[in-house]
Design a protein around this ligand. Structure first.
Ligand code: UGA
Length: 430
């Protein structure tokens, strides 16, 4: 929304949230999300044509709006039908009810959150049941930005997707994006294709990571190097080079949730073979994390200490939702190991609260502190700070440490240095 406001100064954008602390943070100099470039965009538009307000003050904005984006979270359901797989639409539904209650005059309602296919039908039903006098047109406009590169992805998107039934409504939203996106990059489709394409796009991306991660295990057995294999496979333009980086496992708030939602949809529509096919992308990911932790547990002495470098699910973000670090740390704690963790952006207290296993875990405020006296190092996020580490400078701390487990294949170990200090580097798939 900040980028829309930035690129379309003639459009008034009002962001409404029921969480008053979040709104206060969006109105302050300390934004609630770390994202390169975001603060500058917000700074430019806030107070001009971008406003952040509490839901209690939002009724007038709903009345005046021509278009309303529903951008609430759709987490995996924890109870009821489809628990553990289906998306929880309760926030979307309560939003639709609230909009219907206050809307007067025609409105375009835009699904921005990732939704299961055919959610628009449910939204339409709620809107018309709660407000029979207003005309509502529903559009699906899923978001393809990735965290860490969000502003770049929004300012120079590879595509914008708008699905809908009413040509007039579709064109109204096309006009907004056309202020800064070339028209041939704006794809318009039917509603159901747009909803499904979002889930499909994430499933394909995650599938690539699981495909290369599955082969990383075979590389380790055979002496092949996974980065070399990925380079060869990805240099075929039919495959492409991106998203073939073997890792400790993918994380983030989207891949697992969206694939589970896809699996549930397949089961719901009685397609068990298709459900099983996509479920396997998740299974490989879980296995990859377990395999990585298993290697550490096998080699570190009982009650030994492991330094974790990186808690975020990828670099350039403070987000650790579904991060591989959550599982790896828990596996290590369960094995009775001591864990000391460092991440340049993640708040350790929040990370710790997300764990369901307790044990000997603490945080370090620098890499040096994390490495001091440790038996092993596990690199779980590809932060530049870790890829550019000069291991020579840490040899005195690494005295007792023989193995660096590189879950991102970002470290290079000088052979003479390794031999002199009895260091070993174990990557993923090499
Ligand atoms: C993902 C998609 O990339 C976006 O297109 C989509 O809009 C977004 O989900 C969403 O649905 O909102 P995001 O989860 O922010 O974006 O991050 P990714 O860059 O996709 O990374 C996901 C995970 O895969 C990370 O843990 C990353 O380290 C891992 N990964 C990625 C690999 O292990 N190897 C790779 O080659 C690429």
């Amino acid at each position: 929304m900040a980028v829309i406001a930035d690129r379309c100064p003639q459009v008034q954008v009002t962001v409404i949230d029921m969480n008053t602390d979040r709104i206060a943070a969006w109105n302050s100099n300390s934004l609630p999300v770390y994202e390169p470039g975001l603060a500058e965009v917000v700074q430019r538009a806030r107070g001009r044509n971008l406003k952040f307000i509490n839901q209690a003050d939002g009724v007038q904005a709903i009345k005046e709006a021509d278009a309303i984006f529903i951008s609430v979270n759709t987490p995996t359901k924890t109870q009821g039908v489809g628990a553990g797989k289906a998306s929880d639409l309760s926030y979307v539904e309560s939003c639709a009810r609230w909009i219907a209650q206050h809307a007067a005059g025609p409105k375009i309602i835009i699904e921005k959150s990732t939704m299961p296919v055919r959610t628009a039908e449910r939204i339409k039903e709620i809107l018309s049941q709660n407000n029979s006098t207003t005309r509502f047109d529903i559009l699906s406009n899923p978001e393809f930005l990735a965290e860490g590169t969000a502003i770049r992805d929004l300012e120079k998107p590879e595509r914008v997707l708008i699905g809908g039934e009413s040509l007039e409504a579709v064109n109204a939203l096309v006009d907004v994006y056309a202020q800064w996106v070339k028209p041939d990059l704006i794809i318009t489709t039917g509603l159901w294709s747009a909803e499904l394409s979002k889930l499909a796009a994430n499933a394909f991306l995650a599938q690539r990571v699981s495909s290369i991660n599955s082969l990383s295990a075979l590389c380790e057995k055979t002496g092949a190097h996974v980065d070399e294999v990925a380079k060869v496979v990805g240099s075929d333009s039919r495959v492409g080079p991106k998203f073939l980086k073997a890792s400790v496992g993918f994380g983030g708030s989207c891949f697992k949730k969206d694939i589970l939602s896809l699996v549930y949809l397949c089961e719901f529509y009685s397609l068990p073979e298709v459900a099983h096919y996509w479920q396997q992308v998740i299974e490989i990911n879980e296995w990859q994390k377990k395999r990585f932790a298993g290697k550490i547990i096998e080699t570190v002495p009982a009650h030994g200490r492991v330094a974790i470098l990186g808690l975020a699910f990828k670099k350039e973000t403070n987000d650790f939702r579904e991060s591989a670090a959550i599982d790896i740390v828990q596996y290590l704690l369960k094995a009775g190991l001591e864990v000391i963790a460092y991440d340049p952006k993640v708040k350790f207290g929040d990370f710790e609260k997300s764990l369901t296993t307790s044990g000997n875990l603490r945080s370090a405020s620098t890499v040096s502190e994390a490495l001091d006296g440790t038996n092993a190092v596990a690199i779980l996020t590809e932060w530049e700070e870790f890829s550019s580490l000069d291991w020579k400078g840490f040899t005195s701390q690494l005295r007792n440490c023989s193995i660096i487990y590189d879950g991102r294949n970002i470290t290079r170990m000088d052979e003479t240095l390794a031999q002199k200090h009895n260091l070993r580097r174990i990557g993923v798939g090499n």
